[in-house]
Design a protein around this ligand. Structure first.
Ligand SMILES: Nc1nc2c(ncn2[C@@H]2O[C@@H]3COP(=O)(O)O[C@H]4[C@@H](O)[C@H](n5cnc6c(=O)[nH]c(N)nc65)O[C@@H]4COP(=O)(O)O[C@H]3[C@H]2O)c(=O)[nH]1
Length: 710
């Protein structure tokens, strides 16, 4: 098939070839064939104002929509009319310049077809002044190039668009050479990297590996991925800006090769992701740290413990896990408020961190529990030493609401690999050891020993049984008489709880702390108060001389804040007069929140109830507030009474407490009197009242009634 290009070339050749004198008919025939097949119009026209056509080829109709007859000699329309009005001037000038310069002309312009459609054409021609006509004559070829024009325009538009994208993109775009420099970068990349212009970046950043990447290995990795895959995606690195600041970027790039496979350059896009990275780091931190203290949380601790265990197993290092619980934290939290509780946890976190090396971990396990992970320990002695520091640091005084407080902690320590080879076991064992430390009077640490696990299991079983004790009516009260030392009269009774559990009698020493920890003390306390008041009222109704019944109040009961209402209600329900009820409060409970205790005790006192300060001498009572406090009786702790015979200090303390009490107009009672000797000493020292096995053990209400009858 004769293609359009063939024809054009051939026509050009014919137009320029000298006429063939030997065979003019052949030339005419060839020309006829060509003209008929040509996509476009061959013409001959006058160089006049209308471009009067003397000859047009068959292509005229297809090109202009007019027939040859329409156009020849301007019979219906002139070619000047067909030329787009806006281009007429320009076409004429171009043609005239060529003619004047004796050159061929070559011009692109628009025509308006018969149907009104505007098309682009390309006209090439020459001045054919080879006859003597007065008109100049042009001969040439006009071809529709609308499609090419549109394609060109589309290409230009696309280029404009791409340039605009390149110039205005928020992402950085670059072409870089494998040998470390840039070929082209857009303004966004220049800005991102801290350069004033793309040119600055290109000229100043010549060594991508060292000048750009914080870790030069990233460039090596980039090149490796390119060599392997010809592409890198989401390639995240830290880079230096021109001023030395470090930012995070993410690159997507590909290698561009020649047709023969030679690497030309890389082209890619860059996104600044510092904010996202910070955000990710923040989220990661939040997921692995405790919001209040900023310490690693359970998740991170577990992770680190697993690593430590593996490390221990591989290298035989000694690892210690210490489970730490603050003593009486719940009480502080309930009574001083959560804000103070939170503050205390934060202080504790700081103190614990200060005791350990950076390579160790302090984690918050939840509530007031912390876990210390000490890796690669040189010896058990060094662990012991660290634990002693921990106890000491935690016990330092701290201030809240202008008052000074102290809190201690109990710690259980377990060793890896001796006590366990996985995180769960080690934590469980450390927890058991911590309970042992609590049992041993708090403010100490204990190493785990195998038998402790039995204790932990026992404890859980005990708790389950304790929950059922009230509904199963397993509690009873025993009563211990309080006597007037001078005349031996029973002036009161202390109500002491006994748990008649299915598995035998359980002493309050073993279940009261558990009840306090778990909050079960609240319902138990209500039951005790009610039973004791009802019993005392019953004795009165039975005709015995009225005595005071004493009930122990736990810190939790006080912290709840509704104790006054509870007491009021119980008195109303049982019909006991307030003056026959005494509440025993340990001085440590009172000291931990002086203002609140003061307010509560004042309100209780207003009801007419008596207040006795239990275990006096063991706590932290300050004389200044003891003076202000609405207290009726000081109970000298039995430890001093027990040591009276053997310790001069105890004797001195007992005497001092008695004289202090009297100075403050308080009644002084000594508890734990077991011997006649102790009794005599106390009597001589003017102690008012006493209680102890010497006079009577705590006994059942029936038994107590017998004592009342004497
Ligand atoms: N060695 C010796 N001990 C004597 C002597 N006289 C009395 N005791 C014991 O000393 C404890 C005195 O009670 P506490 O100091 O209030 O100490 C009480 C009290 O803090 C708590 N508790 C007992 N009953 C209740 C209760 O109903 N509510 C609360 N919140 N705590 C209670 O349990 C603690 C222990 O109570 P118990 O085992 O009944 O132990 C009682 C009593 O049996 C003596 O001459 N020698």
């Amino acid at each position: 098939m004769v293609t359009h290009d063939h024809l054009c070339n051939y026509l050009n050749m014919l137009l320029t070839m000298p006429s063939h004198p030997a065979d003019p008919s052949l030339q005419a025939r060839l020309l006829g064939t060509l003209l008929a097949n040509l996509e476009g119009m061959v013409y001959r026209c006058r160089l006049d104002q209308q471009w009067t056509m003397e000859f047009v080829s068959e292509g005229c109709l297809a090109l202009t929509g007019y027939t040859e007859e329409d156009i020849l000699f301007n019979s219906r329309v002139s070619y000047d009319d067909i030329t787009h009005p806006d281009d007429r001037e320009y076409v004429r000038t171009a043609v005239m310049q060529a003619v004047t310069g004796n050159r061929r002309f070559d011009v692109e312009y628009r025509i308006v077809r018969a149907d009104g459609e505007v098309r682009w054409v390309w006209e090439r021609g020459t001045n054919a002044m080879h006859d003597n006509k007065k008109w100049g004559v042009l001969e040439g070829f006009i071809q529709d190039i609308t499609e090419r024009k549109q394609a060109d325009e589309a290409l230009r538009e696309a280029e404009r668009r791409y340039r605009s994208i390149f110039e205005n993109a928020i992402e950085g775009i670059y072409q870089s050479t494998p040998s470390n420099g840039y070929l082209a970068v857009n303004p966004a990349l220049a800005r991102m990297y801290g350069y004033d212009t793309p040119q600055d970046l290109i000229s100043m950043l010549r060594d991508i590996e060292h000048q750009l990447y914080v870790d030069p290995q990233r460039r090596i990795e980039f090149m490796r991925q390119m060599a392997e895959n010809g592409i890198v995606t989401n390639f995240e690195s830290r880079i230096y800006k021109s001023n030395g600041d470090i930012i995070w970027i993410s690159e997507n790039a590909r290698a561009v090769h020649t047709s023969t496979g030679e690497l030309l350059f890389f082209e890619g896009t860059v996104e600044a992701i510092t904010e996202r990275k910070l955000h990710e780091a923040e989220i990661q931190f939040q997921a692995t740290h405790d919001a209040l203290t900023g310490l690693p949380n359970r998740t991170l601790l577990y992770d680190r413990m697993q690593q430590a265990v593996l490390h221990s197993a591989r290298y035989g290092n000694l690892t210690a896990i210490a489970f730490l619980d603050l003593d009486q934290f719940k009480f502080i939290n309930d009574s001083l408020g959560h804000q103070v509780g939170d503050e205390l946890l934060k202080i504790t976190a700081q103190r614990l961190t200060s005791c350990l090396r950076e390579s160790d971990t302090v984690a918050r396990q939840g509530g007031d529990e912390f876990v210390l992970l000490l890796t690669s320990q040189p010896s058990e002695e060094s662990i012991t030493h660290t634990m002693q520091r921990v106890l000491h640091e935690v016990a330092q005084p701290w201030m809240a609401n202008g008052l000074e407080f102290r809190i201690t902690c109990s710690v259980g320590v377990t060793l890896c690999p001796d006590d366990g080879r996985d995180a769960e076991t080690l934590l469980k064992n450390a927890d058991s050891a911590m309970y042992k430390a609590k049992e041993l009077g708090r403010n100490n640490f204990q190493y785990f020993a195998t038998e402790m696990n039995d204790t932990a299991t026992d404890r859980l079983a005990l708790l389950n049984r304790l929950r059922q004790a009230i509904p199963n009516h397993e509690f009873v009260l025993h009563y211990q008489p309080k006597i007037n030392l001078a005349n031996g009269d029973i002036i009161g009774a202390e109500a002491l709880i006994r748990w008649n559990s299915a598995e035998g009698m359980v002493s309050p020493g073993s279940f009261i702390p558990l009840a306090e920890e778990t909050g079960l003390i609240i319902p138990i306390g209500v039951w005790v108060l009610e039973t004791a008041c009802r019993q005392n009222r019953a004795w009165q109704l039975a005709g015995y001389a009225p005595i005071t019944i004493s009930v122990n109040l736990s810190s939790r009961q006080l912290a709840r804040g509704d104790i006054v209402e509870q007491v009021e209600q119980v008195l109303a329900e049982t019909g006991l007069e307030a003056q026959y009820l005494e509440l025993e409060i340990t001085e440590s409970v009172m000291a931990s929140d002086v203002e609140k205790s003061f307010a509560l005790l004042t309100r209780l006192r207003l009801l007419g109830v008596k207040i006795s300060l239990d275990d006096f001498g063991t706590g932290y009572s300050s004389l200044s507030y003891l003076k202000r406090f609405p207290v009726d009786t000081l109970k000298i702790d039995q430890s001093f009474v027990r040591d009276l015979a053997t310790s001069q200090d105890s004797a001195a303390i007992v005497k001092a407490i008695i004289s202090l009490g009297h100075n403050l107009n308080l009644t002084v009672l000594a508890e734990g009197i077991e011997t006649e000797e102790q009794f005599q000493f106390l009597l001589k020292s003017a102690c008012n009242e006493g209680q102890g096995y010497l006079m009577s053990r705590p006994v059942s209400h029936q038994h107590f009634e017998l004592l009342l009858q004497r």
